[in-house]
Design a protein around this ligand. Structure first.
Ligand code: CMX
Length: 138
């Protein structure tokens, strides 16, 4: 049992250039992807999710077009681990707590992410280089 249910790992997101090719890698490992592919238009990505256990998932993020943060990330750094996402009960409350502690949040107000979640991000410049998403399931 987890000691602190206020913050649990929801997913590890990986930026990929070829969604089906990357799905095969993780399926070869033994994971099973949901058949659904969700497009998040605000980020110009197609996503695919596979459960790792009862809480955590792998999220593959595949950009389309030349816009959006994931396209920019792959162009600059190549494919690879893009962010960690932690599930919280109240994303606005957690964002305020983090701002009060001096962290830089990407959005003033949480926005809709994949999987019917309200999300915000802690900028990697204030976390030692790791992009961290906080997410509230609606
Ligand atoms: N991890 C670590 N560092 C990162 C990074 C990442 N994923 N993405 C960018 N950076 C670094 C850049 O390399 C850059 O570093 P330097 O200044 O040393 O060159 C710095 O952070 C700034 O990055 P930028 O792209 O130039 O500019 P922004 O400040 O505008 O970027 C950022 C903000 C990183 C939060 C944004 O680009 C981003 O990734 N947003 C979240 C996108 C996302 O994951 N959406 C999820 C969609 C699917 C879903 O809903 O689940």
């Amino acid at each position: 049992m987890l000691p602190d249910k206020d913050c649990i790992l929801d997913h590890v997101a990986i930026a990929v250039s070829d969604l089906e090719k990357s799905i095969k890698i993780y399926e070869d490992l033994g994971l099973t992807f949901a058949a659904e592919r969700e497009v998040v238009e605000s980020q110009a990505v197609t996503t695919a999710f596979a459960a790792i256990d009862e809480n955590a998932h792998i999220e593959l993020l595949c950009p389309y077009g030349e816009d959006g943060p994931i396209h920019k990330y792959i162009a600059k750094k190549g494919e690879g681990i893009h962010h960690l996402c932690f599930k919280v009960p109240d994303v606005e409350k957690k964002a305020k707590e983090l701002r009060d502690k001096g962290y830089v949040l990407l959005y003033d107000k949480a926005s809709m992410g994949a999987g019917n979640c309200l999300v915000n991000f802690i900028h990697p410049k204030s976390t030692g280089g790791v992009l961290i998403e906080i997410s509230q399931k609606l």
